[in-house]
Design a protein around this ligand. Structure first.
Ligand code: GCO
Length: 471
């Protein structure tokens, strides 16, 4: 572990998302989101049959949360605005002043304590009315997102200088419209996912342009997309595995980063999905082609790179699959696994491989040349124990590799918001897996918060800019 220190300008933070912490699901005029609907319609969609109706009760306990953030000592708090508090139906005529006031008070409360707000406009809680009209498969959702974003810029923009548009479009599309594990529960792994990606990117770009055309000159903030990615290593030193690892990266990270930072989908996706679609008898590629205007509209819509990074994968090539049901995994042609010596977590998709942080930061820096990166999520799943040494080990290892990337490789990482400030509703896992550095007692009516050992460790880190006790 590194005993060097982070640059003085580095910004330390923690992250949450509205549906995962707020509760108050129908209070003060809030409309139904697709996650409200999804969990209410069928409790079996979560492992423990629970939902986010109350969650951490942050809707009511926001003053207490601000005090916790202050006690932690971080200068940055990343949270999301709930679309259906602002526009309960997703349409402008449903405007809800109480929802706007709630967030204005909240950001003022943060600023009063010297904490910088970093606001996510969309963290998965689409208005259910829009979902019923096709949601992320309907191009007009991008326009609705633009209208909603404009209201948020108008009201919070005087106080907020760091924005992200859409959080983790890949996971929204893969789990919401592919496997069906997340809201809205559509299972269509070879077609809907690609349309979802298109609409999420259009929504992102629409909000980006509104901000830059109407607000940025006066408000002077930054806005970008937040992309989740893994670091992908070839499983063997064969040429085929090297190509597979790069293909894996293009089909995950490149799927979203290429349109924004380079222009258009990655060529390998255009080629492979196009070929298979033809053989499957489709008249057009299942990957919707962008028009030249759309390519220009999406390209360059970034002020920094928002990166969510948790885990790595070892990738091997698989031979061309038979033509049958359209399928993303056949389009991609790779198999993935964890390294045998990596530490597993209680979440099946997450293992600790600290070098992956350095590797991925370098990849993003060199391929997309973003100028500045914020690591907007990174964290570890446990059963919720207060003495969470495994989380300390994880954070220390990943941050140490981040520091190598900054000091030795010249990657400009401006800040880090760890996932998560506190235990919360973990989507389809319900409350069975915990990512917080602060514990929340979901059995107590007042959702008592307690610092875990990792929060105390992080407190020391954000105070000293250093990862070891000796500092
Ligand atoms: C995201 C993430 C978070 C999860 C975290 C742990 O979309 O930003 O999915 O909401 O809670 O990644 O799985």
């Amino acid at each position: 572990i590194n005993n060097r220190t982070f640059p003085e300008s580095f910004r330390w933070g923690a992250a949450t998302a509205a549906y995962q912490i707020e509760g108050g699901w129908n209070e003060d005029g809030k409309g139904e989101s697709m996650w409200d609907h999804f969990t209410h319609a069928n409790p079996n969609v979560t492992d423990d049959k629970l939902n986010g109706d109350v969650a951490c009760d942050s809707y009511h306990k926001w003053r207490e949360d601000i005090q916790l953030i202050k006690e932690l000592g971080v200068s940055l708090y990343r949270f999301s605005v709930s679309w259906t508090r602002i526009l309960p139906t997703g349409y402008l005529d449903s405007y809800n002043q109480a929802g706007v006031d709630y967030y204005v008070n909240f950001v003022k409360g943060l600023l009063d304590e010297g904490i910088t707000p970093m606001v996510t406009l969309y963290h998965w809680d689409l208005p259910q009315v829009l979902n019923e009209q096709g949601g992320w498969l309907n191009d007009s959702t991008a326009d609705r997102f633009g209208e909603y974003s404009r209201i948020v810029f108008e009201n919070l923009g005087p106080f907020v200088k760091l924005w992200s548009t859409v959080n983790e479009p890949k996971t929204t599309c893969m789990l919401g419209y592919g496997s069906g594990e997340n809201a809205p529960g559509i299972k269509q792994i070879g077609t809907a996912i690609y349309q979802c990606a298109r609409v999420q990117l259009l929504a992102h770009a629409t909000a980006y342009h509104i901000y830059h055309n109407e607000f940025a000159a006066e408000q002077g903030g930054q806005i970008s997309l937040v992309i989740d990615a893994t670091f992908n290593e070839p499983d063997t030193d064969s040429e085929a595995d090297a190509e597979a690892a790069e293909r894996e990266t293009q089909f995950n990270l490149g799927w979203y980063a290429n349109p924004v930072y380079v222009g258009d989908w990655p060529q390998i996706m255009i080629d492979r999905i196009g070929n298979r679609s033809t053989q499957e008898g489709f008249s057009e590629s299942r990957l919707p082609a962008w028009s030249a205007e759309e390519i220009e509209f999406v390209k360059g819509t970034h002020d920094y790179f928002g990166l969510n990074m948790y885990t790595a994968l070892r990738v091997s090539a698989v031979g061309e699959a038979e033509i049958g049901e359209p399928n993303y995994y056949n389009d991609k042609g790779t198999a993935v696994a964890f390294g045998s010596d990596w530490t597993p977590s209680v979440a099946s998709w997450l293992a600790s491989y600290p070098y992956g942080m350095r590797g991925l930061l370098n990849y993003v820096w060199n391929h997309y040349k973003p100028g500045e990166i914020y690591v907007t999520e990174n964290g570890w799943a446990t059963d919720g124990e207060i003495n969470d040494q495994s989380r300390i080990d994880y954070l220390q290892g990943y941050l140490s590799n981040m520091l190598d990337a900054i000091l030795d490789d010249g990657v400009n990482v401006a800040g880090y918001t760890t996932w998560s400030l506190m235990d919360n509703f973990e989507w389809a896992r319900g409350y069975t897996q915990k990512y917080g550095i602060i514990s929340v007692d979901f059995n107590s009516r007042n959702r008592t918060r307690t610092f875990k050992e990792s929060a105390k460790w992080y407190q020391h880190t954000v105070r000293t800019y250093c990862l070891v006790d000796e500092c």
